[in-house]
Design a binder for this molecule. Structure first.
Ligand SMILES: [Zn+2]
Length: 458
């Protein structure tokens, strides 16, 4: 009963926060800064409704976004879109959009050229959808695939979005115009067909999603081979799983049974180590080299499948809030790939945690030096059970609650009752990266595709 009251208290206080437009998102919000036009400020997106219209005959596609956001300080509100803006309005007033580099030149942001006071606001922004869209005789091939190894590589490639720190309730309305046969949609949200006779869909995503969470791939029906099955989770849920490939990549038949068996094997391995599968489903698109992770979904080569499914726990379960925290999940995933090794010493240093404040991409050294750092921590904490108990603790305590690196160090220090700050400072806050090249892993399974390479796998 006491537990119930406590639970009710937390539930109502978090509902109250939502009602007030507040959330913990503000705690990890990047710092605002000055531009020649005035002060630009990060904001907290409350919801983003996207209307995506694919026009096969006109060979063009557009995204219209309606974003409700909470602003905590006065200034020009920041968002981002790689594509140039077609139009923007805020609180019903037509305005224009600006673009600025962050103070240390780490990245680029867009902002609404209207200084707004603190409070709740609503913006409507439209952009062309040009990346990863193909117009074919059979229909549309399109995807919103991302990368964390390049700047501006998340949802902002395709539509107006916030930085990765922000959890946003997202909805996609998708219309296919001028097509003659049905489209197939693979996505990690709930899909509803809006009209029996029209190719229009509404997709809703869990409210814990950020700009790096969403998996979306559409192609004409008949372009894929898929296998659907379900896996029983430790907590009793039946998790629906879809594994698929395209017929163009595997014209002579597919390896769907192998994909099924491997997904099943990794699913049980990960549940045994880290508890029940964190998401409502699992989608595996077997394509390309290496892979990329999403919440309960991945586009991956067979060799990287275990690595990418691990990321549904660390990366898309325990979520990084920015570039300086992004290396943790790659280091942990690589540490798993290499068989959870332990080491008593470590030479060298890196700046994985210490890139300029607004950095959005992950330091590549996560895969080699980061992995060695996890080996070192495993060795150091061996008497206390090593790293796995802490990883399980993080999933219990901080799942779907994006962290900055300082949060992670604090949690780890508290968990083991010993400060680990000096280790992180020495090995991850260096001025530059210095380490022996023999650390470089020969395995290349964490390779991530560029957007040009992704075109081939639509
Ligand atoms: Zn990875």
């Amino acid at each position: 009963m006491k537990f119930l009251i406590v639970a009710l208290f937390f539930l109502t206080s978090s509902l109250l926060q939502v009602a007030l437009g507040q959330s913990n998102d503000s705690e990890r919000m990047p710092k605002s800064f000055m531009t020649p036009e005035g002060r630009v400020v990060f904001v907290d997106f409350i919801s983003a409704d996207y209307e995506v219209t694919y026009d096969l005959l006109g060979k063009k596609s557009v995204v219209q976004a309606r974003i409700k956001f909470h602003q905590y300080e006065a200034g020009f509100p920041i968002y981002d879109s790689v594509e140039e803006i077609l139009g923007v309005s805020v609180n019903g007033e037509e305005v224009t959009s600006g673009k600025a580099r962050t103070p240390e030149g780490e990245t680029t942001v867009r902002f609404i050229k209207k200084s707004l006071p603190r409070g709740l606001h609503e913006a409507k922004i439209s952009v062309p959808l040009n990346q990863l869209v193909q117009y074919t005789s059979k229909g549309i091939r399109s995807a919103f695939w991302t990368t964390d190894l390049e700047d501006r590589g998340f949802l902002e490639r395709y539509m107006p979005a916030n930085f990765e720190f922000d959890q946003v309730k997202m909805k996609l309305m998708v219309h296919f115009k001028g097509i003659s046969q049905p489209q197939k949609i693979y996505t990690n949200g709930v899909v509803k067909k809006l009209h029996k006779d029209q190719e229009s869909y509404e997709i809703t995503y869990p409210s814990y999603f950020t700009s790096s969470s969403l998996f979306f791939h559409t192609l004409p029906e008949g372009s894929t081979n898929e296998l659907n099955f379900s896996l029983r989770s430790l907590d009793g849920r039946m998790i629906p799983v879809t594994v698929y490939t395209t017929t163009t990549q595997f014209p002579g038949g597919t390896n769907l049974e192998v994909l099924k068996n491997k997904s099943t094997e990794y699913f049980h391995e990960l549940e045994k180590d880290y508890g029940a599968w964190p998401h409502d489903g699992l989608i595996v698109y077997n394509a390309g080299m290496g892979g990329m992770e999403y919440c309960g979904a991945t586009m991956t080569s067979l060799s990287a499948l275990g690595h990418e499914m691990f990321h549904s726990y660390f990366a898309r379960g325990v979520m990084p809030a920015n570039g300086n925290s992004g290396w943790i999940d790659e280091a942990l995933a690589s540490w798993r790939d290499e068989g959870y090794q332990s080491n008593s010493s470590l030479m060298g240093s890196s700046r994985m945690s210490a890139h300029p404040h607004h950095t959005r991409s992950t330091d590549m050294n996560a895969y080699n030096f980061g992995e060695r750092f996890m080996q070192y921590l495993e060795g150091k904490l061996r008497a206390q059970g090593g790293l796995k108990p802490f990883m399980r603790f993080m999933l219990e305590k901080r799942i779907f609650s994006p962290f900055i690196i300082e949060n992670f160090i604090k949690e780890m220090s508290e968990f083991y009752g010993v400060s680990l700050e000096a280790d992180f400072k020495k090995f991850t806050y260096g001025e530059k990266t210095i380490f022996n090249n023999k650390f470089l892993s020969s395995k290349k399974i964490h390779q991530k595709l560029t957007i040009q390479e992704m075109e081939k796998f639509l």
